[in-house]
Design a binder for this molecule. Structure first.
Ligand SMILES: Cc1ncc(COP(=O)(O)O)c(C=O)c1O
Length: 423
């Protein structure tokens, strides 16, 4: 197998990649669902439990102070990684889903009035859709959609039109239907589309609309700079960035933090508790009720350190090379329908497709027999799949350890699927 310089450097860091599945070397191509963990992440958590384990922000004994320092250092490492000016704007959550729910409950719900609007796109993951449906229903508000570009029928190049955004926002102003928030993914978990966040934020802000960026897919694929992006909120999960499960991040601008009510009540988020009422700690602790995931923060900090050592520009370049190769292979087959941008412009290494007349689950099962892990289903984007006129798709999604030869194995296994189901 021909190995790229980056892959040669990193593959040995991931113990799970040594596994064989159904007699074949594992080709793990479901990185949009979750990423594998390098030894340094696994070791960081083990070392924490072996040496420093104790609850944070509570005890005054040595272990507790060590654990608290590690936890707060983790906050600083994350702030630096995403270009946040200070760590006070970093809230730890359980994942992207909880981060978005936090904004929906603690920021949007107290503000939203009947008839007001939240704007989402047709390509959002359910985690960036359902919380807004719930809050809109609670407040008598409305969810409005910034649609995908349309070609003929259901067909779309998987991109969003900035001119259309400007028009939709202007129309809402004219109708006196205030849009409280635009919430958009930076990278689609199905189409692979990379959305132009800087331009989106500029247009939205020009209409007085704050922006939440769902960076669940973007964070492992490109450098993120919340200060340059100027977004109001940004959410991501540790497990999609080669870190642990159970840990996520919400970044919020200072003025948005000031506007936010508590999310959940409990230990750690209070200043004073009386018989009937309480007062709150400052942000970010105000939004971190209960024992936080401190061992996971340790793992996440190790993951971020690992990615910084490998280099985000190098990771992005590697993904571009994999995507270029995959697109070339797709072009060879007329019976494969690929969704999302057909070329590498505005596209990342998340590629969803269908093999004509074969159910995506059947395709995924045949691939599994060859040791290839891909996802089949609606990928938590039923609105998008409906928009594309399909119920499900097969998705390959790249990580920094993937190789062109693994992509080629998919195309060979697709031949087997054709032989089994279409012969
Ligand atoms: C774009 C996007 N947003 C949100 C999520 C939800 O992430 P989590 O399940 O880690 O909270 C995902 C997960 O696949 C995603 O791809």
């Amino acid at each position: 197998m021909q190995i790229s310089p980056l892959t040669a450097k990193v593959r040995d860091d991931f113990p799970i990649l040594k596994r064989k599945i159904n007699g074949h070397p594992l080709a793990y191509l479901d990185n949009a669902a979750t990423t594998q963990k390098p030894n340094c992440v696994i070791d960081a958590q083990v070392r924490f439990y072996e040496n420093h384990n104790s609850n944070v922000s509570r005890g005054v004994y040595t272990l507790a102070e060590e654990a608290t320092d590690i936890y707060e250092e983790g906050r600083e490492i994350i702030a630096k990684f995403i270009g946040a000016a200070d760590s006070g704007k970093i809230i730890f959550s359980s994942g992207t889903t909880e981060s978005i729910n936090l904004v929906a409950s603690a920021w949007a719900q107290p503000k939203l009035k009947t008839g007001e609007r939240i704007m989402v796109t047709e390509m959002e993951h359910h985690s960036n859709l359902v919380p807004w449906q719930l809050v809109a229903q609670n407040c008598g508000a409305e969810l409005v959609y910034w649609p995908l570009n349309s070609e003929s029928g259901n067909s779309s190049d998987g991109r969003l039109d900035l001119q259309k955004l400007d028009e939709l926002l202007a129309e809402s102003v004219k109708l006196k239907r205030k849009i409280r928030l635009l919430t958009v993914t930076a990278v689609s978990n199905v189409l692979g589309t990379v959305n132009p966040i800087v331009e989106i934020v500029k247009i939205s802000h020009a209409h007085g609309v704050p922006v939440l960026v769902d960076a669940a897919q973007a964070v492992a694929r490109m450098s993120i700079d919340v200060s340059a992006w100027d977004c109001d909120f940004l959410a991501f999960s540790g497990h999609k960035i080669y870190g642990p499960t159970g840990i996520g991040v919400l970044y919020a601008k200072h003025e948005r933090l000031e506007e936010m009510q508590p999310f959940q009540g409990g230990g750690g988020m209070i200043r004073q508790v009386g018989l009937q009422t309480s007062s709150w700690a400052e942000a970010p602790q105000k939004f971190e009720a209960g024992t936080p995931p401190f061992a996971e923060v340790c793992g996440l900090a190790a993951a971020v350190g690992y990615l910084s050592d490998v280099g985000m520009p190098e990771i992005q370049q590697h993904e571009l090379e994999l995507t270029t190769h995959a697109l070339k292979r797709f072009a060879e087959f007329k019976d494969l329908e690929l969704y999302g941008p057909p070329e590498t412009i505005d596209r990342s290494g998340v590629l969803s497709f269908n093999l004509q007349n074969v159910h995506p689950h059947d395709v995924a099962q045949v691939l599994d027999e060859s040791g290839i892990a891909v996802r089949a289903g609606h990928h938590c984007t039923q609105v998008l799949h409906k928009r594309l006129g399909i119920a499900a798709s097969v998705r390959m999604s790249f990580g920094l350890y993937n190789e062109n030869s693994e992509i080629d194995r998919i195309f060979s296994a697709l031949d087997q699927a054709r032989n089994i189901f279409l012969a």
